[in-house]
Design a binder for this molecule. Sequence first.
Ligand code: ACO
Length: 412
Amino acid sequence: MSAELNGSRPAAAAPNTGQIRAHVTGWGRYVPSRVLTNKDLERLVDTSDEWITTRTGIRERRVAAASETTASMAAVASLRAIRTAGLDPDDIDLILLGTLTPDYWMPSTAALVKEAIGNTRAAAMDVSAACSGFVYGFATAQAWIASGLAKHVLVIGAELLTRFLDYTDRSTCILFGDGAGAVVLSASDQPGGALGIELTTEPQGAYMIWLPAGGAKSPPSAKTIARGEHYIRMEGKETYRFATKTMATTALESVRKSGLEPKDVALFIPHQANVRIIEAVAKGLNLPMDRMYTNVQKYGNTSAASVPIALAEAVNEGRLRVGDNVCIVAFGAGFTSGAVTIEWTADPARGIAGDAAVDPRDVHVRLPIDWDSVDPIPPALAELMARPSEVNPPLDDVVPGEPEPASHPVAR
Ligand code: ACO
């Protein structure tokens, strides 16, 4: 197996250890263009911008258009990551896609993405670990690479959550949004890349966040739909308690397994569920908030997509340099949690060009022949989106270092 890293700079001076390591060589993200603000939601449920902002930090989220799917968003993010890595789609040996909102029960969304990006070689499968799905996929990719089974692995987190929300339940419908992020992990014998990994699953929390119907225990029927069992349910307080405890301990384990302490980590990329949870993680790690990346203000909770979207934005905003340690950490339904500490080795400047190289209008997921799907947008959301949107609130006061608007066609 070649130890070459396409499109990235391996950490220089350190000695060659002979061990195969997984380096991040590519990153990309995609979010739909349609913005749904807190003000918009005020017209749907008994809530307020003030309540949502102070309790969660969320100002707005993105909503996929009827023509978009989890696979289509994932394919755009993936091609951007592959271009950032300087690779061709057929260089990818394995595709792992974390999602709790697959396009279908079968085939896997990863299989649809494989075709959409023009890969003919890779094994492809979905990873089911809810909001931890991307981090679980990342850890799995690292193992495939370290064992010599794969040279380049595409790891994706993609979600289309706005189609699984009960728009009469103010405690959940305000939290979630749509989007996708992806990274390419590449084999190298150079030092750096993925270091310590920590993954946990605590099934006593299994029914704290769940989607009751649609699976084998409760297949979809007129009855389950009438009971609203096809929507996400959540015990917010219990989830909050679990998240604040586990995010800090999982991150700490991963950092220590890397032979580091939190102060040695330049940036944490936590799952973007609630800014108060992220503040609690910073407190738990005894670090200032400027070591925690946040973009929950702009996108809400995008579940498995949140960490790779945040990672791609952090790198493109210049928050990481070659040689920096970064820790990605997530928690989610299951309860699952996971963290990976990484020594960053890729040239951060490559991401902007990788984004610009892929126009979402050129990316297509093949549809079934002679199959007329029903309108996928929930009626309450469709009705809300049909009304003229409120003027978007300025984000400058809540998003530190908000990047300049891109001059290229990103994130339509
Ligand atoms: N607008 C106004 N009031 C609301 C809203 C809303 N959108 N939602 C709830 N309330 C009300 C409640 O009804 C309650 O009213 P009451 O006191 O009259 O009964 C009051 O606000 C307080 O409700 P709490 O649930 O105690 O509010 P809390 O401060 O806990 O915040 C929240 C709720 C934001 C959901 C918080 O618990 C949270 O962030 N939990 C974690 C959620 C999370 O991270 N989920 C990720 C899941 S990851 C995955 O795998 C999908």
